[in-house]
Design a protein around this ligand. Structure first.
Ligand SMILES: [Mg+2]
Length: 142
């Protein structure tokens, strides 16, 4: 766990849900509240489908996550055009919604547990700090 949690004010932080917030709800509750109380912005970006919005919002409230917006995945045919032509794998093109939304929100960091998401960010958005779920910041330590 990060020990610099009080020094991250003013950041624009993105959080995945499953395997990230769901795996460390107390940590992400604390992180989200700290970011927001220091004038930062928290957005939740999940590959859960739009029709789970009600259930998902209730869960985020249960976990006491403070956030400004919640992006849930749209069907593939609505987002397939977002990824550059060089991304040929259909799943990576589907996941591109995370990159696209993170970019539109100008995020400074994004927390996720999925290796494919992490490598997409590292390859295409090096300016966004990608953090392995749990916040240790060491991508080779789970
Ligand atoms: Mg996940």
């Amino acid at each position: 766990m990060r020990d610099d949690i009080t020094t991250i004010g003013g950041e624009r932080v993105g959080l995945d849900i499953d395997g990230t917030i769901s795996a460390y709800p107390e940590y992400y509750s604390s992180l989200s509240r700290t970011v927001k109380s220091n004038g930062g912005r928290v957005v939740v970006i999940s590959s859960r489908r739009e029709d789970s919005r009600g259930v998902t919002k209730a869960q985020l409230d249960e976990w006491s996550i403070a956030y400004d917006s919640l992006y849930l995945f749209l069907p593939y045919d609505e987002v397939e055009h977002l990824a550059p032509a060089g991304v040929t794998d259909w799943y990576e093109r589907y996941l591109w919604q995370k990159i696209d939304y993170a970019s539109s929100e100008n995020l400074t960091s994004f927390h996720d547990d999925e290796p494919k998401v992490i490598s997409l960010f590292q390859m295409y958005r090096p300016e966004i700090r990608i953090i392995q779920a749990g916040g240790c910041g060491e991508l080779d330590e789970q």
